[in-house]
Design a protein around this ligand. Structure first.
Ligand code: PLP
Length: 411
């Protein structure tokens, strides 16, 4: 880092400012985390220099023997960690993992059934702004109005009516467990492939804190940087039957040269996730999310679906008469980073929203427990309801983070 500071102080300043932002604010974005220094070290390595199109032992460049070892380790560790028959660790991101999975299973114009974006699905699950909504005939399911949980009867009815070739489960803003065995049953009934996009929850599955999608889905896509706490990137697990199709879809259909430094960092992250401490972390993420959700509810916010089983809560702010966008701004002023989020059947557009989404992976990695998360809930509520107290809230956060500080040294 000293070298970067001497050569390019302007850019080095950006890195320091971002480190400072991560250290001094309360990070409640549900899909973020603090990677370990070991993961950071692998990412900032000379493996970034190597072109390695293809797969280990079958590359289109010379000199790949060394990076092959990193990719083989990442694949083997992913298979072991998740009990999967096959793993592809090359997707640059969750979105490219999904594109590759669709490319492996569908032709343009085919029908797929996936969760609607305004009900918690991801925009790569068929939104018109994305390739998925443009290239496929997308039928969407949602959550019930009364329980705000997935309407499995609707999923089955839609599947029987539209006979999709692919059913996608998994979400980006859904606080409850997904019953993958029900989705498997519906997929079998209509002869569809089942894909689980568990970008948000794969870390909890790795740590055994919630049931895994792997035994049920034909294809599992995920990101490595959320609760899983690896580097920014994507990955795909699948059955042996689909291995060759998935590999061909990732490279050469969707991507070119793999990011070997990121793949090495994925291997480091997977090994970390196999440790007993990780299982304890995953369990605490869920316990912490419950504590946070209860504190927000006690302050007058309404948890969508009544609570959480995972790392995140989606809360309806209408009882407080504050929009999601306004709450996001007020929290930012108090040193709290979170995002506005549409809630199911939201009367407001995505730019305004009636809700916010909060998550506990960052706070848990920082060593906070349920007691601190209850306090965090009070601080969020204070920031949303009493914007005039932003300075006092900032001070309280500084005191909390003085004990629970990420990255003690300047990586
Ligand atoms: N799938 C789900 C369910 C997600 O929540 C996300 C990211 O938020 C993605 C896919 C996309 O991942 P990426 O941002 O790495 O493309």
């Amino acid at each position: 880092f000293g070298l970067l500071q001497r050569q390019d102080p302007e850019l080095a300043r950006v890195l320091l400012d971002e480190l400072d932002r991560q250290r001094t604010g309360l990070q409640l974005v549900a899909g973020e985390n603090f990677t370990s220094p070991a993961v950071l070290a692998a990412m900032g390595s000379t493996l970034t220099n190597k072109y390695a199109e293809g797969y280990p032992g079958r590359r289109y460049y010379g000199g790949c023997e060394v990076v092959d070892r990193a990719e083989r380790m990442a694949v083997e560790r992913a298979r072991r960690l998740f009990g999967a028959e096959h793993a592809n660790v090359q997707p640059h991101s969750g979105a490219s993992a999904n594109l590759a999975a669709y490319a492996a299973l569908l032709q343009p114009g085919d029908t797929m059934l996936a969760m609607a974006l305004p009900h918690g699905g991801h925009f790569t699950h068929g939104s018109k702004v994305n390739f998925s909504g443009r290239w496929f005939d997308v039928v969407s399911y949602g959550v019930r109005r009364d329980t705000e949980t997935i309407d499995y009867d609707e999923v089955r009815d839609l599947a029987l009516r539209h006979q999709p070739k692919l059913i996608v489960c998994g979400a980006t803003a859904y606080p409850r467990l997904i019953d993958f065995s029900v989705f498997r049953g519906i997929a079998d009934e209509v002869g569809a492939w089942l894909m689980a996009d568990v970008a948000h929850t794969i870390g909890l599955m790795a740590g055994g804190a919630i049931p895994s999608a792997v035994p049920h889905a034909d294809v599992v896509t995920f990101t490595t940087h959320k609760a899983l706490r690896g580097p920014r990137g994507g990955a795909i697990l699948c059955t042996d039957e689909l291995a060759a199709r998935i590999d061909r879809a990732v490279y050469p259909f969707v991507q070119g040269g793999p990011l070997m430094h990121v793949i090495a960092a994925k291997a480091v992250g997977f090994a970390e996730a196999m440790r007993p401490e990780f299982a304890e972390y995953a369990r605490r993420v869920v316990v912490n999310a419950r504590a946070l959700t209860e504190a927000l509810a006690a302050a007058g916010m309404r948890p969508v679906s009544g609570g959480t089983d995972t790392h995140l809560a989606l809360v309806d702010l209408r009882p407080l008469d504050v929009s999601g966008a306004e709450a996001e701004r007020r929290c930012a002023a108090a040193g709290i980073t979170l995002n506005r989020n549409v809630i199911p059947y939201d009367p407001e557009p995505a730019s305004v929203t009636s809700g916010i989404r909060v998550g506990t992976p960052c706070a848990t990695t920082q060593g906070m427990g349920p007691e601190e998360l209850r306090e965090v809930g009070g601080l969020v509520a204070g920031a949303v309801c009493r914007p005039g107290e932003a300075r006092e809230i900032r001070e309280r956060i500084a005191a909390l983070l003085a004990i629970h500080r990420p990255y003690l040294s300047e990586y």
